[in-house]
Write a protein that binds this ligand. Sequence first.
Ligand code: SF4
Length: 348
Amino acid sequence: MRVPQPRKPDPDRRAAIRSRLLRWFRRCRRPLPWRGANPWGVLVSELMLQQTRVATVLRYYEPFLGRFPTPSSLALADMEEVLRTWEGLGYYRRARNLKAIAEAIVRDGWEPLFLRPPTRARAVSPFLRELPGIGAYTAAAVGSIAFGERLAAVDGNTARVFARLEASPLTGARLLRHAEHLSLDWMGRCRPGDWNQAWMELGSTVCAPKPDCDLCPLREQCEAYRLRMQHAFPVRARTPERIERAETVLCAVVDRRVAVCRIEEGPWWSGMYSFPRLEGGEAVRNATKLAQTAYTVTRHRVVLSAYLVRKLPKGVQPTAWIPIEELARLPMPAPQRRIATLLLERFS
Ligand code: SF4
């Protein structure tokens, strides 16, 4: 691909981008429940939105805040109840992180500030950056939206818009840094929260991976559009290969009690429950196949087979045998929940 030359700074273009973007945002933004929420609501929404679509988060945001309306209500809650409330939203480490963040907010005396309406110009991001699960983007988003901090919040969605506007050949972290620099440079005297949300909104709804340039307020300022190369930006970095895996779980039911295992510390789902697993994806002899399902976690594609058995093989130790009806109240990852639902139907 021919790499376009970097643009010279152009104050008129910058002013046009600023006014068109903000006017469009005031007119077209979606009425999301976390707009205008207090800082606690903004923080919860940003954690939920990490690697998750708005449409999915909409199903979980209000029930979660209804159950945990303050940092202290979450800090004092039982972790299993937190995971059960989060169940289905995925990336469960975020639920653990959010609880640890709530504990830190309460412990360090920040709670009153998180329960007021959004305030202006409070430097909260250095405190947030110390907490688990809060990187530069989330700290900047919460800092700017809830506390008026002058920070650029640039994630992959926003970086894509900048890459197209500038027809930038950069990829990955270099593109993010460049987009952050441009965003701060162009922000001028705008309210940082509105500014950042306007870019996020444009990246989510118009300049999506398949851009809808006819609806775009920045079409005249967009270099990729001028070159008719919108689909060439951002330049694709090489994606890592997918790893295929098979897993087997055993649904052992005896006298209406079922064996379950608590998932220990690890990269995924720690603290939740699964059915006992067998290493590898081998078929199980003398057992009824209950279900086969597939799921994807990061770059792993897993085919999960579940078998109904009357006893567990030697060496497979469950954490507990529980009445089968209690499966409904245990926090479980989505693939295990699908199996639990089938099992409950079968034994109802
Ligand atoms: S004109 Fe098209 S490619 Fe350019 S910013 Fe707008 S939607 Fe994105």
